[in-house]
Design a binder for this molecule. Sequence first.
Ligand SMILES: *Cc1c(COP(=O)(O)O)cnc(C)c1O
Length: 421
Amino acid sequence: MLPNFEASIEFAQQQDKQDPLAHFKDLFHFPQHNNQPAIYFCGNSLGLQPKSVAAAIETELNTWKELAVGGYFKGPNPWLHYQEYLKPSLAKLVGAKETEVSAMNALTVNLHLLMLSFYRPTKDRFKIIMEAGAFPSDQYAVETLVKHFGLNPTDAIIEIAPLEGKKTLSTTQIVDIIENTGEALAMVLFGGINYYTGQFFDLKTITTATHKVGAIAGFDLAHVTGNIPLSLHNWNVDFAAWCSYKYLNAGPGAVGGYFIHEKHVINSNMPRLAGWWGNDEKERFKMEKGFIPKTNASGWNISTAQVFNMVGLKASLLIINQADIHQMRAKSIALTAYLEFLLNQLDRISFEIITPEDKDQRGAQLSLYFKERAKDIHNKLIDNGVIVDFREPGVIRVAPAPLYCSFEDVYRFYEILKNNF
Ligand SMILES: *Cc1c(COP(=O)(O)O)cnc(C)c1O
């Protein structure tokens, strides 16, 4: 139940007093503006640095310094098993078994690798459905994937665009297109949340519809993991990948995460591009011919664990675990609803919130579409110590991440818009 919102600083501060997650703000470094912490609503792009990361990096530097190659087997976090340290928390975040998740590389690389495992086009079944206006990297990945198989992207890729007069998609519309594509459909590759509109899709219903026509359901969860709790295992999702530098606060270019459903990971015959990190540690150092994959998601690991690229994630997951993703989501729903309430009080600037009003169809982010003056307004916000981002042609994305943003931050943001326009 959401409280009756009021457009006042007292109300915002009162909400912060009652917020069980309020103290988590102190665990993060904030960029400074006029010697004050900035209001940071850009966690959908790059999460803030947990204060604990520096010491965690120092620990691994010391292991390297003192144990050198011995660090693979000894020290506080033997590197040989580094992925294992991340699995319990990742599994909790996406609703998976620990055997279904792992971390490696980065998001787009992992999308390529997973799609190469799951996309097996035939003469009759080769189509891929994705949302129109997907994140460009995903568009390029799918386009080059189908070309790799000698197919024409125009024939092979079906993009679902909003209906006339709409900014977002309806689940019925998506399901209808899946059903109509029928046996020609090989795979659905959807963003879990569209990065531009902020719409969160109904992954469970999309997966069920996809399976009904005998196709594979894969998702890019870049904007979802650490933002909205998921149940990938129970929803029967085939595979998913995400990055760790947005809502997971693991740092720029941090290691990517992925999920592969149990029914696939136990199948050693699943096609994949392999490397020595994907086979059993007991076999790995025999250096023998013939790849025998691990029968869990790590069976897709290829290269030596990139330890320094995982340290930030390990440190950050510790914090997220304490905060609990369900508690974070509850706060996030209230915080974003408060933002929406305040924005709707502004009558001197004209904009449209293109993110769905339904809380079940959005995460932390609201996307504001300005027909005019978007750049102006964005600049004014930056000048006043509010960090949000701008996306052409006129969208300002505002994402109060619940771990380190407060109701007072949201109120201050509103006040700046109210007083300057
Ligand atoms: C952030 C994001 C990416 C970025 O991919 P990288 O390979 O990590 O650079 C890709 N897809 C989506 C949907 C994103 O939101």
